[in-house]
Design a protein around this ligand. Structure first.
Ligand SMILES: Cc1cc2nc3c(=O)[nH]c(=O)nc-3n(C[C@H](O)[C@H](O)[C@H](O)COP(=O)(O)OP(=O)(O)OC[C@H]3O[C@@H](n4cnc5c(N)ncnc54)[C@H](O)[C@@H]3O)c2cc1C
Length: 377
């Protein structure tokens, strides 16, 4: 219903590349994070611009091309790599494409599609995460430049990025107007990576804290109209949540298939553990939850692809899919028993990686607040 032959061809192409050039290095990358050069390789193969127009080096595909990439990345079982690529393709660059000028697209979007420039998006601050409007990074305008002061944290690709799309507040912000999205390039005096952060999962990606101190940013780096940043960010977050939901379902399915195979082969009391009704039923529950989450995610992705703005359903898809992914990973560990807890079995990493998706791109609680508001509650 959603995928054409071209999508399936793309899937095989991505899968072959990941099996050959990514899978063999994953264990090492979980220890040290992946090398920047992997972005160039993704770029060479066209995977960073699947749904961007050819004039910027993209492949001109639809949203389901991006879904295919997220599903295949989830299937290799390294959440950190999938997240880093999604930040590049589905979070940092979409606002440049949608709201940026032609010159800005040539300067930042096209090189990001080629994998020559790694991008990040910097919203969260030490004192403001869910409460985006509560950020305190200020960009004061003086003629043809902004002077930016503030601090961002938990920024994926933050250490390795060439530029960050930074959410800032104007001096005279009024309600939700007065926010600005600025592209701030590494090397701009006053922009530093103050530290990288250690975390529970997603080990192959880097997570950094960024500091801006009297950082002079040309007004030409303002994306879209001055003062419209909050609205632009709310649009960006819909895409971020949609792709998070898609990856979560695919990741859960990968864990489910692995676990089913394991249960068929693991013997206890003289028979495969999949013979025990309690294990069988747990597997059935896992598969059923995945199937229903997948159907809802695809239906919502189709609406997003067709230009609708279904905020309620995107929030529901993100909430449902990421909860299912965590439940499935947890059940998988239980079915594998002690093996599930060991690093050499993949479900341990899946359990750690999946947990982030209920926090990043808006927490479960924030999704429920948005959904409640959509019902008029
Ligand atoms: C590994 C990792 C990578 C990340 N990558 C990025 C990135 O690239 N760029 C970026 O900008 N951010 C990134 N984030 C940040 C992420 O988006 C935030 O952590 C998330 O939005 C939650 O914000 P917070 O951590 O400040 O939690 P808080 O906002 O402090 O929330 C704490 C708790 O309070 C609850 N809560 C808050 N408000 C409400 C409310 N109104 N009603 C009910 N409950 C509420 C929350 O749901 C949560 O349970 C990343 C985070 C992690 C862990």
């Amino acid at each position: 219903m959603y995928f054409t032959d071209a999508h399936e061809e793309l899937r095989q192409h991505i899968r072959r590349f990941l099996e050959k050039e990514v899978q063999p290095h994953l264990e090492e990358w979980e220890e040290k994070t992946f090398p920047d050069s992997i972005f160039e390789r993704f770029g060479e193969l066209g995977f960073l611009g699947l749904r961007y127009p050819p004039e910027y080096g993209g492949q001109g595909g639809d949203y389901f091309s991006a879904v295919v990439l997220s599903e295949e990345l989830a299937r290799v079982g390294s959440g950190g790599l999938g997240m880093a690529v999604a930040v590049q393709t589905e979070m940092a660059t979409p606002p440049v494409f949608k709201f940026g000028t032609e010159e800005q697209k040539r300067r930042w979007l096209a090189p990001a599609i080629r994998g020559e420039q790694i991008a990040s998006i910097a919203i969260t601050e030490p004192d403001a995460g869910s409460d985006v409007a509560g950020i305190t990074t200020v960009a004061r305008r003086f003629g043809d430049e902004f002077i930016v002061n503030g601090r961002k944290t938990f920024i994926t690709n933050g250490a390795r990025c060439r530029w960050a799309l930074v959410v800032t507040k104007g001096e005279r912000e009024r309600g939700h107007s007065g926010y600005n999205l600025l592209v701030i390039e590494k090397g701009t005096p006053g922009f530093e990576v103050s530290r990288t952060l250690q975390k529970l999962g997603m080990h192959s990606s880097d997570t950094a804290e960024l500091v801006f101190e009297d950082c002079h940013v040309p007004a030409a780096n303002l994306i879209g109209e001055e003062g419209e940043g909050f609205k632009q960010l709310m649009w960006e977050l819909q895409g971020e949540r949609m792709i998070t939901a898609s990856g979560a379902v695919a990741g859960a399915n990968h864990v489910f298939e692995y676990t089913m195979e394991y249960a068929r082969n693991r013997m206890a009391f003289g028979q495969p553990i999949s013979n025990f009704q309690v294990i069988k039923h747990k597997l059935v529950d896992m598969g059923t939850k995945i199937a229903s989450a997948r159907a809802f995610v695809y239906e919502t992705a189709k609406r997003w692809d067709e230009g609708e703005y279904p905020v309620r359903e995107i929030s529901q898809a993100k909430l449902l899919a990421t909860q299912v992914a965590c439940e499935v990973a947890d059940d998988a560990i239980q079915i594998l028993g002690g093996h599930g807890y060991m690093r050499e079995f993949p479900v341990e990493r899946a359990w750690r990686d999946a947990r982030l998706a209920r926090i990043g791109a808006g927490t479960d609680e924030i999704m429920k607040e948005i959904i409640a508001k959509s019902y008029g509650l």
